[in-house]
Design a protein around this ligand. Structure first.
Ligand code: AMP
Ligand code: ZN
Length: 111
């Protein structure tokens, strides 16, 4: 399957990794929108959060355990998590990812 983030997981496309384990990978966004902008992705391909089911949700729970560890490593206790789902939300990479954004005062608008 032709998937940019699967290629990053495979090591075929370089990335600046900040965390990796058996189940997930976190790396810096190539076009950062905040001083800290990290993408956290499962190593198994899911197109978006809209594909989360009882069968695969353990990986998402794991990612949400890892996120605070990454935030601490970045020196953040306050940050924003975003996951875009599909074209209306301007999802550009169809592999589930959570944006961890921090290091600046965010605006109140989300959309
Ligand atoms: P989304 O619009 O939610 O699908 O987010 C996709 C994100 O992936 C964007 O913020 C891009 O800047 C980021 N991105 C695209 N290609 C790369 C890459 N090769 N390495 C790191 N981040 C990337
Ligand atoms: Zn993928």
């Amino acid at each position: 399957m032709d998937c940019l983030f699967c290629s990053i997981i495979a090591g075929d496309i370089p990335s600046t990794k900040v965390y990796e384990d058996e189940f997930c990978l976190a790396f810096r966004d190539i076009n950062p929108q905040a001083p800290t902008h990290i993408l956290i992705i499962p190593k198994t391909h899911l197109a978006s959060a809209d594909e989360i089911t009882p069968e695969n949700s353990a990986i998402v729970a794991h990612i949400f355990e890892v996120i605070p560890l990454i935030a601490r490593k970045e020196g953040l206790t306050s940050y924003r998590l975003v996951s875009n789902i599909g074209p209306d939300a301007a999802q550009t990479v169809r592999h589930l990812h959570f944006h961890l954004l921090g290091g600046k005062q965010m605006g109140e608008t989300l959309a």
